[in-house]
Design a protein around this ligand. Structure first.
Ligand SMILES: Nc1ncnc2c1ncn2[C@@H]1O[C@H](COP(=O)(O)OP(=O)(O)OP(=O)(O)O)[C@@H](O)[C@H]1O
Ligand SMILES: [Mg+2]
Length: 253
């Protein structure tokens, strides 16, 4: 499969504080990729560097084979990279429609109108609440609005930073169902998620980041059963296998 995004040996951080130490990562068209790792390991920083909000110190970022490492965020978005930040991802005083109009401000008015209708078809819940202010939406509805706002300009790749944070299980399920629908429309999705179970379930591949380095990557199904990942992130304690228990009993252990 061809590559949509390719990050090569990326180093970045804040001032003298280097957070990302040589990360390699790639995303194919329509693929769902999860980035997981402990709090503070640099997941958000990595995403911000790919979007251009954090400057790369070394390494390169290629999107559709073009080097975008030095481009400002607005130009990366214009080339088709969408971003739903971890926090502050909607304009709360504005209505649902106004939020979507703002997301599509670069489009012609006819294009914007059509795009908003497409988003209402994809997120029927938002259509029902089109005149409601974002401030009065539930957390889950607001997350869907943030996703719709990022998708309105038809990106080919979208980053979702902690899309299920603070949501009930039912609402989180809705968000992940939408992730599947988005990818089915050939939009690649990169998810940063605390809910490792749900994220791996919908993902094709995953990267595990620890203190700014990729320590493990591969098919999501393999990462989900990896003992190191299970122990650290999936809350699975290592339990002895039945044969080991029998062995211990025989030895009187
Ligand atoms: N604007 C900033 N200035 C200085 N240091 C920062 C800034 N933003 C983040 N950091 C630091 O960079 C490190 C990585 O933070 P980052 O937000 O990328 O982690 P994360 O993996 O997304 O964590 P979480 O799972 O908690 O969201 C942390 O030590 C954090 O304190
Ligand atoms: Mg983060």
């Amino acid at each position: 499969m061809s590559t949509l995004l390719k990050v090569v040996s990326l180093y970045c951080g804040y001032g003298a504080d280097e957070i990302i130490h040589g990360v390699d990562l790639h995303v194919a068209p329509g693929e769902i990729v999860t980035i997981l790792g402990p709090n503070g390991c640099g997941k958000t920083t990595l995403v911000k560097a790919i979007l251009g909000y954090v400057r790369a110190k070394k390494g390169s970022i290629l999107f559709r084979d073009a080097n975008i490492t030095q481009l400002p965020p607005t130009e990366r978005v214009a080339r088709g990279i969408g971003y739903v930040p971890q926090l502050l991802n909607t304009f709360k005083p504005l209505t649902v429609v106004e939020n979507l109009e703002l997301g599509g401000y670069r489009l012609s008015s006819a294009g914007r109108h059509a795009a908003i209708e497409r988003m209402f078809a994809l997120f029927p819940l938002l259509a029902e609440r089109r005149s409601q202010r974002a401030a009065t939406l539930s957390g889950g509805e607001r997350q869907l609005l943030a996703m719709a706002r990022a998708l309105i300009v038809s990106p080919s790749l979208v980053f979702l930073d902690e899309p299920s944070a603070g949501l009930s299980p039912v609402r989180a399920d809705e968000v992940f169902q939408h992730v599947r629908a988005i990818a089915a429309a050939n939009v690649a999705v990169v998810i940063v998620e605390q809910d490792v179970h749900r994220a791996l379930e919908v993902s094709d591949r995953a990267y595990v980041l620890v203190t700014g380095r990729v320590v493990l990557h591969g098919p999501a199904a393999d990462i989900a059963v990896d003992e190191r990942v299970r122990g650290a992130y999936l809350g699975v304690r290592e339990t002895p296998r039945p044969s080991e228990v029998i062995q211990q009993e025989r030895q009187g252990g």
